[in-house]
Design a protein around this ligand. Structure first.
Ligand SMILES: Nc1nc2c(c(=O)[nH]1)N[C@H]1C(S)=C(S)[C@@H](COP(=O)(O)O)O[C@H]1N2
Ligand SMILES: [Mo]
Length: 252
């Protein structure tokens, strides 16, 4: 409901700005201001564009809701897991001492970061809800390092527009724009409810992005690639999920 009325507001706002009416005008303006998501196209592309554009224009600085400690769900549940790879099991057996996060792409200093490296940076936490598109959700305290901290360390090129994050799980990757990447609640998350992040929830490291829906919160990430263009990744739609028809942008 809220999304619909926001969308209408933006459409009429953009159309009014152009002194004309109609979705095509809004779409042209969205394009002009860089508000086209990578999976736009086809029949539903316009809707995706307007959702993304309206969120970016109207809620670009807002925070996901945070909850008091008393609201933390007693039994957070992980969703179903694909079998973990042999490589991952080996790392797990070694308590992730040999695990590294590979940071590459449009950065001044590519980096291979260990878990102790990540934990040596200023840690932050928030108590937020993880919402699955299938209709369930739970609240947990998430602990990690803001993605912005790591991006500042490696020195992101000014032309960069997206961060692609890849899981050890085969064919599992996603991306976010710089607004979400630099958002204060976007974490490289290594802890949950006062403990290490359990493997079932994506340990040793997951993306935690409370402004977007569950499936953007990729588990077991081991690579971040900074880029100005998503065309070279998979089918160019910005995520593995988008290749199956899920929206790339899922702002909540
Ligand atoms: N690597 C990986 N990450 C993933 C998934 C997955 O299957 N594999 N599922 C996603 C979906 S659909 C949801 S709702 C959340 C669930 O997070 P949880 O298992 O920690 O509750 O993880 C997301 N991240
Ligand atoms: Mo999900």
């Amino acid at each position: 409901m809220i999304k619909l009325s926001r969308r209408r507001l933006v459409v009429s706002g953009l159309a009014a700005a152009a002194g004309a009416s109609g979705l095509a005008v809004a779409a042209r303006l969205a394009q002009k201001y860089g508000l086209i998501p990578p999976d736009a196209g086809g029949i539903y592309g316009l809707g995706e564009t307007l959702t993304y554009a309206s969120q970016r224009l109207l809620t670009s600085h807002s925070l996901a809701r945070e909850f008091p400690r008393s609201q933390i769900s007693p039994r957070p549940f992980p969703n179903e897991l694909a079998p973990l790879t042999e490589d991952f099991k080996r790392l797990q057996t070694g308590n992730f001492a040999d695990w590294r996060l590979n940071v590459d792409g449009m950065v001044a200093q590519p980096a291979l970061l260990s878990l102790p490296d990540l934990k040596s940076y200023p840690s932050r936490s928030h108590i937020t809800e993880l919402t699955c598109e299938e209709g369930w959700s739970y609240i947990a305290e998430w602990i990690g390092v803001p993605l912005s901290h790591v991006l500042n360390l490696v020195g992101v090129h000014p032309q960069a527009k997206y961060i692609v994050y890849t899981s050890v799980e085969p064919d599992t990757w996603d991306s976010i724009d710089m607004a979400d990447a630099l958002h204060p609640q976007t974490f490289l998350c290594y802890g949950m409810n006062g403990s290490e992040l359990p493997v079932a929830h994506g340990g040793p490291l997951r993306m935690r992005l409370p402004r977007q829906i569950g499936y953007k919160n990729i588990k077991f990430i081991n690579r971040l690639t900074v880029t100005d263009n998503l065309k070279g990744f998979g089918k160019g739609l910005g995520s593995a999920a988008a290749e199956f028809g899920y929206a790339w942008y899922t702002g909540i």
